[in-house]
Ligand binder design. Structure first.
Ligand SMILES: Cc1ncc(COP(=O)(O)O)c(C=O)c1O
Length: 395
């Protein structure tokens, strides 16, 4: 029997795009380019010496199990440390409800596997995190988008769409959202939770940036308001190092049970040695002090970018002013096309991510994402000056 090219691969892969950012970054590799396109934490804060000491300690001990197969849920003392960190924020979480994953990105894939049948409605913010759009797209959901406002998603629309579509999950990033940098106000969080309390829906609260707050006061997690129906995703990617791929999911018992099966099928367990390494780091060092150093620097970097934008951008260009995280979001005047601006900007040696990949059903958008965590003040000033010049030339 011959294969036809149409059925060589599974239908679930049809139309799922490669990472748009990786593709566009190929044109932004020249050393002359100042790039605000990446989504990387600042590598100056990778705790190299501390991690080296932790690795040495583990590897010079006698516990040969550090290199053994391990359980699917993850190293219990690490899960206990994660639960302790939540307790410091007032969240009561049993380590039995924490599953260690290969980055929070794997959490998204596992959630897709256990929840999404083809055509199932999935609520997502607009603009939305492109990694979630990609992970869920494999399971062919019907995305139902909720626009983001200054204080979070439009709650009235959220309620309306829940009634209309009865989705099983809503995927939300209440803290310093990627890509917009927006945070949900306390009342938006409360209202979302209230409106879901009597529904079957699970809120998937993705929180990779919550600890990276450099301004304002912390807000309650959705889990605080609706513990039984919130699935919380966390990660050490922005606070320790992303290379370890060390994330976790907090989920209610019935969800946890399914997640463990999906995780076993995917990879048996997350890299055990690295779990031990992160646990050692959390035991021997003060991660909160480390995080406050990251926050202090990111805060200065964000301020440098905002000051430069104030100085060099045309007045009709709007942008968000994040209180944490790594990104801010720019809205150009109606009718302008961020992809066209990108082509012009590359010629001026400055790069950003055009808004396109953050929408599930829109093209030619007038929005773009800027990353501030990887450039120093001088680079930021110069890059924003170049981008400002490009924006002033567009009519
Ligand atoms: C909103 C969001 N979720 C998940 C991830 C993935 O993080 P991890 O490195 O833990 O897989 C990212 C990474 O940038 C992100 O911005």
């Amino acid at each position: 029997m011959e294969f036809s090219t149409e059925n060589k691969f599974a239908r679930r892969m049809d139309g799922v795009p490669r990472s748009f950012i990786r593709e566009i970054l190929k044109v932004a590799i020249s050393p002359d380019i100042i790039s605000f396109a990446g989504g990387l934490p600042n590598k100056d804060f990778f705790p190299m010496e501390e991690l080296r000491d932790c690795a040495m300690k583990l590897m010079s001990g006698t516990d040969r199990n550090i290199f053994q197969y391990a359980n699917t849920e993850g190293y219990l003392p690490l899960r206990q440390k994660i639960a302790e960190r939540y307790a410091q924020k007032g969240l009561k979480i049993d380590p039995a409800n924490i599953l260690i994953t290969n980055g929070s990105q794997q959490g998204l894939d596992l959630l897709g596997k256990i929840f999404i049948n083809e055509g199932d409605p999935v609520l997502i913010e607009e603009p939305g995190y492109l990694g979630a759009i990609q992970a869920f797209s494999i399971f062919k959901p019907q995305f139902v988008t909720i626009p983001l406002r200054e204080t979070g998603i439009d709650v009235a629309l959220f309620k309306e769409k829940i009634e209309l579509h009865q989705p099983k999950i809503a995927y939300l990033i209440p803290n310093f959202q990627n890509p917009s940098g927006i945070s949900y106000s306390e009342s938006v969080r409360k209202e979302i939770a209230n409106s879901c309390s009597k529904k079957q829906i699970f809120l998937v609260e993705d929180d990779p940036y919550g600890d990276i707050r450099f301004k304002g006061v912390a807000k309650h997690s959705l889990h605080h308001y609706l513990p039984d129906r919130t699935i919380l995703l966390g990660t050490f990617s922005k606070t320790v190092v992303p290379a370890f791929r060390m994330g976790w999911i907090v989920a209610p018992d019935e969800v946890m049970e399914k997640l463990i099966i999906a995780k076993q099928a995917a990879d048996l367990h997350t890299d055990y040695f690295t779990q031990r390494l992160v646990h050692q780091y959390l035991s021997d060092y003060n991660i909160d002090e480390h995080i406050s150093r990251i926050c202090a620097t990111y805060g200065k970097q964000a301020a440098a970018m905002l000051n430069a934008m104030e100085k060099y951008f045309p007045k009709e260009v709007k942008y968000t002013t994040p209180e944490g995280g790594m990104f801010l979001w720019v809205t150009l005047p109606e009718g302008q096309d961020a992809l066209q601006v990108f082509d012009l900007a590359i010629k001026e040696n400055v790069a950003f991510v055009p808004g396109n990949p953050f929408y599930v059903d829109k093209a030619n958008v007038n929005t773009l994402r800027l990353n501030f965590s990887c450039s120093n003040e001088a680079e930021t000033e110069e890059g924003i000056r170049r981008l400002g010049n490009v924006l002033k030339k567009i009519k």
